[in-house]
Structure formats: C-alpha cells, structure tokens
Design a protein around this ligand. Structure first.
Ligand SMILES: *[C@@H]1O[C@H](CO)[C@@H](O)[C@H](O)[C@H]1NC(C)=O
Ligand SMILES: *[C@@H]1O[C@H](CO)[C@@H](O)[C@H](O)[C@H]1NC(C)=O
Ligand SMILES: CC(=O)N[C@H]1CO[C@H](CO)[C@@H](O)[C@@H]1O
Length: 181
C-alpha cells in the first residue's frame, strides 16, 4: 500500500508541476473559441486561426489581424492561380481578358485587406470593416466578368476560391465586431 500511495503522489505531482504543453494551448484557445462563436463560419474561423501559432497568444485585435492576413494569402494564391490560367489559354482573347480582369479584382481585394490592417492600427474598427466588406465584394465582381460571356465556363477552382475568400472576410468582419471600439 505504501508504494502504491507513493506512486499515486508521484503521478499527482507530475500532473501538477509539469502539465503537458497542450494544457497551455487549450487554455489559450478559449479566446479563439469565444471569438469564433461571434462569426458566421465557426469551423473556418477555428481552423484558420489555429493554423497560425501566433493566435494562441493574440488578443482579439491580434486575431483579426491574423484572419485578415490569411485572407490576403488566399487572395494572393488566387492571383497566382489566375496567372497559370493566362499561360494555359494563350490563344483565347476572351479568356485572357476575363482572367486578367479577375486577377486585378483579387489584387484590389488584397489592397482593401491591407487598408483594413492600417485602420485596425488606427483603432478604427468601422473603417476596417468597410475595407473588409469591399474585399469581400471583389471575388463576385470577378464572377460577374465570367457571367458577361455565357459561353465561358466559370472554373470550379475559381468558384471554390471565391466562396472561401468571401467566407474568410465574413469571419474577419465577425471578429472586428467583437472589438467594440
Ligand atoms: C501569423 O500571422 C501573423 C500576422 O498576420 C503573420 O505575420 C505571420 O507571418 C503568420 N504566421 C504564419 C506561420 O503564417
Ligand atoms: C503575392 O505575394 C508575393 C510574395 O509575397 C508578392 O511578391 C506578390 O506581389 C503578391 N501578389 C499580390 C497580387 O499582392
Ligand atoms: C454573428 C454574431 O454573433 N455577431 C455578433 C458579434 O458581436 C457583436 C457585438 O457584440 C454583435 O453585435 C454581433 O451581432
């Protein structure tokens, strides 16, 4: 019995004095979870924020900055996807024009997101929201370019990227709402 009690005390002291590192992570993820609950896409919010380890020590503003950065990276990758479409459709003038216009729109989305970061630095959540809302609209402006040419198929990859960026912007807007400045 004595040695069993000793083992028990040993286990208790290990649990008490050296908690495994995921104990810290789950403690710090409380703010992430609470913040994501105020957004329209909880799962996207959680997986996006958790993909950047800085989220675990960020305040609410920091979480907004990280989410906006993720949306910017996504829009940037979309401009690269569109560049690849330019290269593979060199003999079609309509596709070339539409794809170039779309790349411009995604670049403008990146600029709006960049502006929103500056507004957050100035503690102006209203103007930050205006810029994120503008960024959210650009992928649909690109989609409209395709709609103007009925024979032109809207690529499934681009459709997917459009929805993702729009949802990421919605998540960023939900986080900015929580700031309450
Ligand atoms: C995490 O987010 C911050 C703020 O946007 C950014 O500076 C950093 O590069 C990101 N880290 C990774 C690994 O993407
Ligand atoms: C995308 O990111 C790369 C590397 O950071 C940068 O050089 C490029 O200018 C970005 N593209 C746009 C459209 O912002
Ligand atoms: C989607 C959601 O729950 N939005 C709320 C986020 O927080 C602000 C401020 O508390 C509310 O006004 C929103 O309705």
């Amino acid at each position: 019995m004595g040695s069993l009690a000793a083992i028990f005390i040993l286990l208790l002291s290990i649990a008490h004095f050296s908690p495994p590192s995921h104990f810290f992570v789950s403690g710090d993820s409380t703010l992430i979870r609470k913040t994501c609950k105020n957004t329209t896409y909880y799962n996207l919010c959680m997986s996006s924020l958790k993909s950047n380890s800085s989220s675990f020590k960020a305040d609410t503003k920091g979480l907004a900055v990280i989410m906006i950065g993720i949306a910017m990276t996504h829009a940037n990758q979309t401009t690269r996807y569109l560049s690849s479409q330019l290269v593979s459709n060199t003999n079609d003038a309509v596709i070339q024009k539409v794809v170039k216009d779309c790349a411009d729109k995604y670049s403008l989305a990146i600029e709006s997101l960049q502006e929103s970061l500056q507004q957050l630095d100035l503690m102006s959540s209203d103007y930050a929201s205006v810029q994120v809302t503008a960024a959210k609209d650009y992928p649909n402006v690109c989609h409209n370019e395709y709609r103007r040419f009925p024979g032109l198929a809207y690529p499934a990859e681009l459709a997917h990227r459009e929805v993702q960026l729009e949802h990421m912007c919605d998540v960023a807007l939900g986080i900015i709402d929580v700031l309450g400045w």
